[in-house]
Design a binder for this molecule. Structure first.
Ligand code: HEM
Length: 253
């Protein structure tokens, strides 16, 4: 058996050679900027891997295993959100000193991020426009667009188990499918929290009115993406417990 050590197993020489600030001399804050983006891409890779597992388990009707993947996806999404905070320590005057070196590169060109959105279920026109903003979407994205959304797979599972979405929430005891529904909803929440933290980071670093390197209106564009939903049915089912639209202020609360 060949000798495997920590640096060879993890290919650390190659990995640690990939952080190359473009400013000269290297701006002291550019390394962190690169590391947070690269590590986010690594976590995106792990999330896509788990999404694949989740889809396969849902298709196979294996709710317990699906829940397992979904909980892991939630743990990973929380990590991606948490690391954004480290860039809150990047003051605008420092970013301005190396931003020109990014050229037109922008997170909006992240194929893995778009693949996660496609896998999770975005299909609305805003999203379809965004994925075509930089030419034809890459195969990693179109592959997911051709598959059913997570919500469709979940609702299919509900039918196959001979129940309804409403029954999951009204049954005498919570079932594994109920916990899967709640876990998927938590994924949606975690994802929206990444979006919101990112908008705030953008406002904090470049200001609310500054355009992005990717050619959008910056924070103003990003704010519109925050309320995109992967699981509208899981949000709507909650309203059933509170009747129809309330007539006036007297009935609210
Ligand atoms: C100082 C830090 C950051 C700034 C100033 C920033 C700025 C922006 C801006 C202005 C946009 C809108 C598109 C454009 O016109 O460029 C954007 C999009 C995006 N950024 Fe960032 N970003 C930062 C950090 C990050 C990090 C760490 C990630 C992690 C991968 C990231 C991922 C993304 C993604 C995925 C989008 C597309 C979002 C969408 O279209 O819904 N950004 N960013």
């Amino acid at each position: 058996m060949t000798d495997v050590s920590y640096p060879t197993y993890l290919e650390l020489d190659a990995l640690l050679d990939l952080q190359r600030p473009r400013s000269t001399p290297p701006h002291p804050d550019e390394l962190l900027f690169i590391v947070v983006h690269q590590s986010s891409e690594l976590w995106f890779k792990a999330i896509l891997h788990e999404l694949d597992g989740l889809v396969q388990r849902m298709e196979a009707g294996e709710t317990g295993f699906a829940l397992w993947h979904s909980q892991r996806i939630n743990a990973l999404t929380r990590i991606v959100s948490a690391q954004l905070s480290s860039l809150d320590t990047l003051p605008p005057q420092h970013f301005a000193q190396f931003r020109e070196h990014l050229g037109t590169s922008s997170g909006s060109q992240s194929a893995q991020f778009r693949a996660i959105e496609a896998a999770s279920g975005l299909r609305e026109s805003h999203f379809l426009t965004a994925i075509k903003a930089h030419g034809e979407p890459p195969a990693i994205v179109t592959r997911w667009l051709d598959r059913p959304t997570l919500q469709a797979l979940f609702l299919d599972l509900v039918i196959r188990e001979g129940t309804t979405l409403e029954e999951l929430y009204t049954g005498a005891a919570p079932t594994p499918l109920f916990f899967l529904a709640e876990s998927l909803l938590e994924y949606e929440q975690q994802f929206a929290q990444w979006r919101f933290k990112h908008v705030q980071l953008v406002e904090r670093v470049i200001g609310p009115g500054t355009g992005g390197t990717g050619g959008t209106l910056g924070a103003r564009y990003l704010m519109k993406t925050v309320d995109q939903r992967f699981f509208p049915a899981l949000w709507e089912v909650r309203a059933k417990f509170f009747g129809a639209a309330l007539p006036g202020p007297a009935a609210q609360g």
